[in-house]
Design a protein around this ligand. Structure first.
Ligand code: DGJ
Length: 719
């Protein structure tokens, strides 16, 4: 596992993947191969005969570019375009040098995959320049051997004498042989996030994007191609995901030679960037995953990369507390007495953290005011945040608090004092969503205000957890006072500002557990997870809906990143009735928590909740750090199932769910995976012993309970 250079080929060789680059004297940087591991990088022959045959198109259009550029016969999504002082956007890059080194250089100001001393990571940097304009591109590939992924990013340097405007700057763009693939993406909406789409790749390709100034509910910054026969457990998959939280483009172009090209990066629709002489522009980083073991193989590489090389700090390796959040229990309508009552019951049942959600500040009794005024409402909480936090601590629980720092209500002291601090376009109306506007985080003074306002609250009380919410997308994404030819930089400058704010606050409070949120899971991406190790998966807490949402989310993101709560029945989003056991059994597939007033439960339900809490405490290390394996897809039938296998392989948790019952039902068995065929596994609920081979090949029968919305959780210990 290393990066080597021999016979003109840079060979990036991981545990089970290889990627081969070559510099061509005429065509610049080429990507000759990405796929299953090769013993060596001897693949220059793939260019043999590639330009033979009569064609209307130029020979250059058949080249497997790693950095495809406009002009010279390439007609699809370019990886780099820059409008120069002659008014054209052509760039022609020639090789200057390359370097292979240990580790990876830190990318300032952006979230990224990081490396650690001695983890075997290596990088290859390739420098290319445009002789006419001086524009220079530095492409960096890094091999992360531990999790078997490759990262790619690009720095663009204006080494010329005139300004240029970058209009396309993709993070990765890789050709694949042929186009007979399926394309997989995660799409959805509020309360319906990250549903899986698998469709044949058509000859016009596919474009997945966000222009919202957030990665968004609608699409996730992820795209994959698979062999048509690939399953959860078998077949080849090539996937890209972006370590970024703003607007993005993930595309798969197919050209007239039926060659596919996967690319991912900043969305050119919403971002261009003026680069003055000697200035640099750094793209976000892309994570590239090749799996020969189907979609589970792909997901497991994303999961371990996120858990070990994106998530940082104290909470990376700590088990996460079981929390209760008051949002669905009270919405804005609470006072100290109500909160204490909910908290006391939660503490008695063994819950470890109480989270006070929206409504604790300013005059916020509904969602029409006070965002930006982070001062406690003493009518609701006479003892202030410190008072309520200390009471919660006195019950033996930690205390957490909700913020929505990026927003401002037009009805707020902050907006009255600084009406120009929100994103807006001169002379145009300011579109409100949820009666709020977005603070212009591309401005330093706005960033500083947020850092100081949030830090003041965190310093003033014993707060161990923060829920960082963000409840609308950008409309007029422009910035007061910025030069006209730099207005289209605003969205990306906002993200850089947001990352600075998050970096400062999370570094100043390293032991606080931060959970991201965006109207549920509207900004669930690797960019956020670099600062906040977990994210609220969806405002849809109905367990039946959650099966799809959590299953889809797990395509890229690990269970330890997904907030999952038991809420009331009937559910507030779907009005569906389900048992508290079903709700808990689904929620334990993520960071387990509650979002209801537990005082409203019957004794029987309370006993069931207590049992679930005790169970999660016993097995949460496996749930949070074990290998996650999808077994049955809720997108394909009446059942869903997944499995967790602990890092040391000693503990196995099987979670299976059925939506609807039927009279005289067919038998349904769940077959486990990734066990040791010859070892014995003891079922911790029944004491029965099974061989690994039996659990995998003879399976476990789903009980015929004749009720809708049923679950089966079983844990096994290796004998
Ligand atoms: C949207 C979040 O997703 C909810 O969980 C809750 O925090 C509300 N915002 C509060 O306004």
């Amino acid at each position: 596992m290393s990066i080597t250079y021999s016979d003109g080929i840079i060979h990036i060789q991981g545990k089970s993947t290889s990627l081969c680059l070559m510099v061509h004297p005429e065509f610049g940087l080429l990507n000759l191969y990405w796929g299953a591991r090769l013993p060596d990088g001897n693949v220059a022959y793939v260019l043999d005969g590639i330009t033979d045959g009569a064609s209307f198109d130029l020979k250059s259009s058949r080249m497997p570019y790693d950095l495809p550029l406009r002009g010279s016969g390439y007609y699809q999504t370019p990886a780099l375009c820059a409008v120069n002082n002659m008014g054209n956007d052509l760039v022609k890059l020639s090789y200057v040098s390359h370097e292979i080194y240990r580790g990876k250089k830190h990318i300032p100001g952006l979230p990224q995959v990081y490396t650690e001393e001695g983890d075997g990571a290596q990088s290859a940097e390739i420098l290319l320049t445009d002789a006419l304009t001086g524009l220079t591109a530095c492409v960096t590939y890094t091999l992360i051997p531990e999790t078997d992924v490759i990262t790619r990013s690009m720095k663009v340097i204006n080494a010329g004498n005139s300004p240029v405007t970058l209009t396309h700057m993709m993070s990765a763009s890789i050709p694949l042989y042929g186009s007979d693939y399926d394309v997989i993406n995660l799409s959805g909406a509020w309360a319906r996030e990250r549903h899986i789409n698998r469709t044949p790749l058509a000859h016009y390709g596919v474009r997945i994007e966000s222009q919202r100034g957030a990665s968004g509910h609608e699409q996730n910054p992820f795209i994959a191609l698979s062999e048509k026969t690939a399953t959860e457990h078998t077949g080849s998959v090539w996937a890209m995901a972006l370590v970024y939280s703003g607007s993005f483009l993930a595309a798969c172009d197919v050209n007239n030679f039926h060659t596919a090209r996967l690319s991912i990066g900043l969305n050119p629709e919403t971002c261009s960037w003026k680069l003055m002489p000697s200035e640099e522009f750094q793209t976000p980083e892309a994570v590239l995953v090749y799996s020969g073991g189907g979609f589970n193989g792909m997901s497991q590489k994303f999961h371990s990369t996120i858990r070990r090389r994106i998530v940082r700090g104290y909470w990376r390796d700590e088990v996460r507390p079981i929390l209760i959040n008051n949002w669905e229990a009270t919405y804005f309508n609470f006072n100290e007495e109500k909160i204490e009552k909910i908290a006391r019951k939660a503490a008695n049942l063994g819950i470890e953290l109480f989270v006070l959600d929206d409504g604790w500040f300013g005059r916020r009794n509904t969602d029409n005011c006070s965002l930006g005024d982070w001062v406690v409402n003493t009518d609701k909480l006479p003892g202030g945040i410190r008072g309520i936090a200390e009471k919660i601590n006195g019950m033996g629980m930690k205390f957490g608090l909700w913020f929505e720092p990026e927003m401002v209500s037009p009805d707020s002291d902050l907006y009255r004092a600084h009406p120009d601090w929100c994103l807006h376009a001169e002379g145009r109306s300011r579109t409100e969503a949820r009666q709020q506007l977005i603070l212009n985080l591309s401005r330093r003074e706005v960033q500083d205000y947020i850092i100081s306002a949030v830090s003041a609250v965190l310093r003033d009380a014993p707060i161990d957890y923060v829920k960082w919410d963000m409840n609308r997308n950008m409309t007029e994404y422009f910035s007061y006072g910025r030069e006209a030819d730099r207005q289209m930089e605003t969205q990306h400058r906002y993200m850089l500002g947001l990352y600075r704010v998050m970096d400062e606050i999370t570094s100043a409070f390293p032991k606080v557990l931060f959970e991201g949120c965006s109207g549920g899971g509207g900004r669930f991406d690797m960019g956020m997870l670099y600062y906040m190790p977990q994210f609220w998966t969806s405002d849809d807490t109905d367990p039946v809906e959650r099966l799809k949402i959590q299953y889809g989310t797990s395509f890229v993101y690990p269970a330890s990143a997904m907030g999952a709560h038991v809420s009331a029945s009937p559910n507030h989003q779907t009005f569906r009735n389900t048992s508290v056991k079903m709700r808990a059994d689904v929620a334990l597939g993520g960071n387990f928590g509650f979002e209801l007033d537990l005082n409203t439960l019957t004794d029987e339900e309370t006993a069931s909740v207590k049992e679930s809490i005790e169970f999660v405490k016993k097995v949460r290390k496996t749930l949070q750090t074990g290998t996650f394996i999808r077994l049955e897809s809720p997108f394909e039938g009446n059942y869903a199932a997944w499995e967790f296998v602990s890092e040391d392989q000693s503990t196995v948790i099987l979670a299976a769910y059925r939506r609807l019952t039927a009279p005289n039902p067919c038998m349904k068995k769940i077959f486990l995976k990734s066990l040791d065929e010859n070892s014995q596994y003891i079922n911790e609920q029944t004491g029965k012993t099974y061989s690994g081979a039996a659990l995998m090949h003879a399976g476990i029968l789903f009980p015929d309970t004749r009720r809708d919305y049923q679950s089966m959780i079983q844990s096994f210990r290796k004998a």
